[in-house]
Structure formats: C-alpha cells, structure tokens
Design a protein around this ligand. Sequence first.
Ligand code: AOF
Ligand code: ZN
Length: 369
Amino acid sequence: MTGRWIALMRQALELAERGRYGTSPNPMVGAVLLSRSGEVVGTGTHLRCGGPHAEIFALKEGAAEGTGGTMVVTLEPCVHQGRTPPCVDALLAAGIARVVIGTRDPNPLVNGSGVEALRSAGVEVVEGVEEEACRRLNRRFFHWVATGSPYVTLKMAMTLDGKLAARGGRSQWITSEASRKEGYALREEYDALLVGVNTVLADDPRLLRHLGLNPDPQLLRVVLDTHLRTPSDAALFQRDPQGVVIFCSEGVPADRRKELEDRGAAVVEVGDDGRGQCDLRQVLRWVGAHGASSVLVEGGGEVHWSFLREGLAQSVHAFVAPLVLGGREATSAVGGAGFSSPQEAVRLRFVEVRRLEEDLVLIAEVERV
Ligand code: AOF
Ligand code: ZN
C-alpha cells in the first residue's frame, strides 16, 4: 500500500499548492478522498484563511461514496474550533475508516490530538507519508508556530558583482521585468514586507501588492527607522497607511512620532540591539504576535546584514542580473562590518537555481549552526 499512499500524498501536495496565495498565516493543505474500493471520489484544497479546510472540500465532493473510505491529507486534521469547525468531527460524521497523514500539525491546539481523536474513535491512522515534503511545503508556518517569530526571507535584486544600486544610489532597473514580476509575486505570498529607512529615503517605495494574486488586502508593511527619519510625505502612506508600522528606538521626539501617527502609521518603540539599532528580535516578536507568519525583507544592504549577523534570516531569494556596476561606494547586497574570516560566514544551501530571461534566480536557505 505504501507506494499508493505516496502517489496520493503527492497529488494532495499539488492540490495544497493551489492555496499558495491565500491561506497565510494558515498552512497550505491538500486532501484526496477515496471510496471504500479505493477510487478517488473527492479532492480539496484549503484556499483561504478563514475558509473551509481541505478535508471539508473533499468531503463535500465525495461524501456519499466516502463512507468506509480513506482521506489522504497533507496535514493532521484539526480537532479545535477555530475560524471553522473541527475536521475530525466532519471525518467521523462521514464515516471515514482510514486517514493517511503527511505530517502532524505543530499548532499546539492540534499537535497529535487530531491523530488521537481519530484513533480513539476507531479510525485507522497512517502517519508520516511524504513527511519531509509536507513539512517543507509549510516551512514558514512551522517556523512561526515553533518560535513565535515569522519566517524571514531576504529578497535581493543585484548585479553579478553583488550591487543593489549604482554609485550615487540609482537602482532602476537592475533586473529584468520577469524578475521584478517574480519579486512582486513574493509580496503576495508573505504576510509582511520590511525595509530599512535608507530604502525609504532612496527609493520611496509604496510596498504594495500589485498582482492581485492574494485576495487578502491585509499586508503589514514594516520600516526599521531607529531615529524616525521617514518623511511624512513618503509614498508608503498614499495607500493603506494603517498597515504601516515604523519601529524606532526609545525616546524619539514626540512631535515626529505624532506626525507619522497622523498619517495613519503605527509607531512602535523597541530596545537597542547594543549597536545603536532596533533590536530585531523584538521587532520580529511583535510582527509574529500580530499574526504575520512570514516577512519578506526588501533591503537594503545594511538591513540584510543585520538579519544575517543575528541569525534571524531563514532564506535568501536573489535575482542576479548579468551586469557589473563596480564602485567601492556602490551599495552591496549585504553591507555592515562583515565577518573577518570565511569560517565565520553565514552558510547557506542552494535549494533552487534557475534562469529567468537574462537573469539568474538563486534561492538559498540558511543552514542551522
Ligand atoms: C486542517 N485542514 O485544511 C487546514 C488546517 O481558524 P481555522 O479554523 O481555519 O483553523 C486554523 C488552524 O487549523 C491552523 O492554524 C492549522 O493548525 C489548522 N489548519 N487543518 O485540518 C486544513 N488549513
Ligand atoms: Zn481542519
């Protein structure tokens, strides 16, 4: 049977993928329902946070033939009443005889109790089918649930010599249109965007979702701005200013604070990291506690360095253009003081390498030390 469960779990994983732009901060989940005789009679995807879970869609499609059958699902079915009722109850009511699970749900409200509830009701449970792939699919969700901090990806658009901008600061455009579009697609996948104040001052970004892939307009837009230098007429405030959060150090001038709050932004004071900058751990804890499971950091080089130095970035999504800008003064993808030996360097592992028009896309994950 194992081979069959693997093939069906892969199908469920593909179904889960369809939720890529809508489920966060919930996990992506896919489900396949088989009849007693082993035929596929229903499929389901968790499509959006607050909407029905994958199992419920599959049951809706195939409930009549599902009695005595098998549910193959990428994540352990839930037992709790969340935004939606527990899936375990629905599975029991439908008379499902067997549940095949990819991985347990690390959510403390579930975490094994879904499996237990099914078993004690006499349902056969098969666990750990394609577990690694099922965990990878939701690595951001798993990280957030385990740590309370969001999963952090650094997005970099750079030249072959690792520059984010030319001498003097101009950066439009380094990468091709297709790369920029993929960069925008990332904004639809992450719950929060983050930049440093230097990027606000240099590029005046709006930090919005432009592609309409994610039906949820709620996006947290974070600025690290120790001394509150963000101009009150920044493009950031033109749309959805209530989604803007500016982190600064304690004791910033009250009038500057009020100016930005009057634009609709939240201003949050955090402690010092010992180097005169905002304590990133505190920033991430705040962001995680406000429901964002993932953060896309869009520069600049100093901010990238801070996240890497502190061990607070989980991955890098780099677009590399076949250009060389040179220039001692030109901004590098990662600035800061730097490490003093290759032994100290942050080590990553390439998980994806591909060409995109004339550019390269490199996705790397930070190895745990
Ligand atoms: C499942 N199947 O398809 C998903 C699950 O607020 P709710 O009701 O949507 O519950 C959200 C939690 O349910 C989420 O944090 C995760 O633990 C689990 N997600 N469970 O059985 C699904 N999406
Ligand atoms: Zn559920």
